[in-house]
Design a protein around this ligand. Structure first.
Ligand code: FE
Ligand code: FE
Ligand code: ZN
Length: 302
């Protein structure tokens, strides 16, 4: 059994995402913690969140997979961009404490010519500073009066967050860090909080990154296990690709329209090593397309 869902709009709040997920026959979902292209976030309404938590328990939902803004780059060449990324990350982690026990996934970053090694170090250090800030409960000064800075719902009892942070496997477009399992492992090993980090495997990204999950799925998963450890693999972004293996493009396709192939997608969704995990569709669909894809995956797995 796997949990299946897609990326939902958070514009109508948390409880609304739960009912939207029901309409699509989903048992998990993804959402942006703040504006995906900018940094703006809305104030959290705790009663709205409580409704979602109760709903998800009642309907047997799996862990949710929140997604950070795309613009967040912890290894930018510009210090202002890195500092902004760290403050967004810290605030996202405080926001995630309102929905404890879920996943928060982010793109490690793009090193923009500084080299993967420098990128890996900056990502790990920025991540550590953001986690430390979130855990401390001390809020930063408000530089822009329109900024929403979210306080923790309550002080952390044991000094640890109730969220597992996930690094997403990347396609290797431009100077993205995280195309190889080795790069993700290096971030985990460099971070002081590495013990608590997990990985979200995006099927389109690893395929575009050069891992042949269509013809050698077992080998790719063994490689993941050897380099990172399968115990770190917490969630799947279940996407088809518009391009060939190794294309480094990152263009998602619908399940029946990609280069990985439907048989291979079915082998992934039914693979014993990937059971009990949330599978999130980030395919180019509207609601009817998501409903169809979710029902299709469920027909394979149940
Ligand atoms: Fe992503
Ligand atoms: Fe993804
Ligand atoms: Zn992508």
């Amino acid at each position: 059994m796997i949990y299946i869902g897609n990326h939902l709009s958070s514009s109508a709040g948390f409880a609304a995402m739960g009912s939207h997920a029901d309409e699509l026959h989903a048992t998990t979902f993804a959402f942006f913690t703040r504006n995906p292209r900018g940094g703006r976030a809305k104030a959290i309404d705790p009663s709205d969140v409580e409704k979602l938590i109760a709903h998800n328990q009642e309907h047997g939902f799996g862990p949710l997979v929140a997604h950070a803004s795309y613009t967040m780059n912890l290894c930018s060449g510009k210090e202002s961009v890195r500092t902004f990324a760290e403050s967004c990350l810290a605030d996202d982690l405080r926001r995630m404490e309102y929905v404890p026990g879920n996943y928060y996934n982010f793109h490690p970053g793009s090193h923009v010519g500084q080299g993967a090694e420098a990128g890996i170090r900056m990502i790990a250090e920025g991540l550590d500073r953001a986690v430390d800030e979130a855990v401390s409960g001390v809020l930063p000064e408000q530089s822009n009066p329109r900024d929403v800075i979210t306080p923790l719902p309550q002080p952390l009892q044991d000094g640890t967050l109730h969220t597992t942070i996930l690094l997403e496997t990347m396609a290797g477009k431009g100077s993205e860090v995280g195309r190889t399992f080795e790069e993700l492992k290096a971030i985990i090993d460099t971070s002081r909080h590495g013990d608590s980090l997990g990985v979200c495997l995006d099927t389109c990204h690893v395929w575009d990154g050069g891992y042949d999950i269509a013809n050698h799925l077992d080998d790719v998963l063994s490689e993941f296990d050897r380099v990172i450890g399968l115990d770190r693999l917490k969630a799947i972004h279940f996407n088809e690709s518009m391009n060939d293996c190794g294309a480094h493009k990152d263009r998602h396709a619908r399940l029946k329209e990609g280069h990985i192939g439907l048989d291979a997608m079915k082998r992934i969704a039914t693979h014993p090593a990937l059971q009990d995990k949330p599978f999130i569709l980030e395919t180019p669909n509207e609601d009817p397309g998501y409903l169809e894809e979710i029902d299709l995956i469920r027909s394979w797995t149940e």
